[in-house]
Design a protein around this ligand. Structure first.
Ligand code: SAH
Length: 370
């Protein structure tokens, strides 16, 4: 899954724009500006609750076309902060998508890659339309150490999973094998236990599992940064609370696609196991990370957006909309985002806070979560 999605020469995300009607799938920020605007208000509110620490960075993991960050920055710009108050850090593995993000977020296209010092942690830098520095990183652990607002939308579902099946002898892993006679790929079961089975919980009742060690590592880095440097995390994705089994699938041209056919031409994804993410975020990987962080959620997208005022925002946008087609588009976007049959209950929101905020959160709980 990792090779198919992010191999530098043939990876699915590495050389094309895969989003939107002409691509393979469409995401909430691409559906309407209302989505990013409400997330920006949420982040601003929670940053204020922390005492408005500056300078801070806003980080997005896997920003796609940059649409969510662009909506967030537009809302942030209304709050009249100084350019030096915050910087934007994007964790993006695809050089191609980083160019699209730069076009979307920045004043000018910068070809500064060769000018960066050799020991620089970021691979590209520019300035946002509003003046803040924007930097691109390959990995979450390369990010600068400072107070951070983390955002991850449809990021964790793209991280590789292992599939495990319980047979009479114990856990076996589903592997992918080359069928030499037909030159096709096929699933096979490992003969022995594989290291992935170490991630199974003792009390696991499912017989068919998808586990993502890389997701656990990523969220642990996020949690450890939040604990050590201060910050807040918001993770949004489709997923479950540790009860689903077989969700690995491919998407091409908005239709399901067999992951073993023409790998690299279709998106591969698996539902995010939020219970595993929460477990990893609250079980520190080292003693310095004690004491563990706090998590809120998951809550359904419909509930989060409704509590954050999407209906009011829709009314406001409709009131200033003179064109009937645009008004209908807005209404249908609102329905797509909130209707439980569309994205309203499939997508979940999870928030991460440092343990030191426990008391203030009791008094002022995170909006959107209850
Ligand atoms: N957040 C965007 C895009 C989601 S698609 C949206 O909702 O529209 C997944 C994004 O994560 C892409 O930008 C992809 O290039 C990036 N990505 C995938 N695997 C990654 C990894 N291991 N490290 C960093 N970025 C990754």
């Amino acid at each position: 899954m990792k090779e198919v999605l992010t191999n530098p020469s043939a990876g699915y995300y590495m050389s094309k724009d895969v989003f939107g009607e002409k691509g393979d799938f469409i995401t909430s920020p691409e559906i309407s500006q209302m989505f990013g605007e409400l997330i920006a208000i949420w982040l601003m509110n929670e940053w204020t609750k922390c005492g408005k620490p500056t300078p801070f960075q806003i980080v997005e993991l896997g920003p796609g076309r940059g649409t969510l960050m662009s909506d967030v920055l537009r809302v942030f710009s209304k709050f009249k902060m100084a350019e030096s108050d915050f910087s934007v850090s994007l964790v993006e593995v695809s050089p191609y998508l980083s160019q699209i993000q730069e076009k979307c977020l920045c004043k000018t296209q910068n070809e500064k890659i060769s000018e960066l010092p050799i020991d620089s942690q970021h691979y590209k830098e520019s300035k946002s339309l509003y003046g803040s520095p924007v930097r691109w990183y390959n990995h979450i652990s390369d990010l600068p150490r400072t107070f951070t607002l983390f955002l991850a939308h449809e990021f964790f579902d793209a991280l590789p999973i292992h599939k495990l099946v319980k047979v009479d002898q114990g856990w076996r892993e589903v592997l992918i094998d080359l069928n030499r006679e037909e030159s096709t790929l096929r699933y096979v079961l490992s003969r022995e236990r594989t290291p992935a089975s170490l991630y199974c919980r003792e009390n696991e009742v499912r017989k068919d599992l998808e586990i993502s060690p890389q997701s656990s590592v990523m969220i642990q880095v996020m949690a450890s940064r939040i604990h050590q440097d201060g910050g807040i995390g918001l993770v949004i994705d489709y997923g479950h609370e540790g009860d689903k089994t077989d969700t690995f699938r491919g998407f091409k041209n908005h239709k399901l696609h067999d992951p073993l056919v023409e790998p690299g031409t279709a998106d591969l994804t698996a539902d995010v196991d939020f219970s595993a993410l929460k477990w990893a975020a609250t079980h520190p990987k080292s003693v310095e990370d004690w004491k563990a962080n706090l998590t809120f959620g998951t809550v359904d997208q419909k509930d989060f957006l409704t509590r954050m005022g999407i209906n009011m925002r829709l009314e406001k946008l409709l009131a200033s909309c003179r064109n009937e087609k645009l008004a209908n588009d807005l209404k249908s976007a609102h329905r797509m985002l909130t209707d439980p049959i569309e994205m309203g209950s499939k997508f979940k929101f999870l928030a991460l806070y440092p343990a030191v905020m426990e008391k203030i959160l009791l008094k002022y709980p995170p909006p959107g979560f209850s």
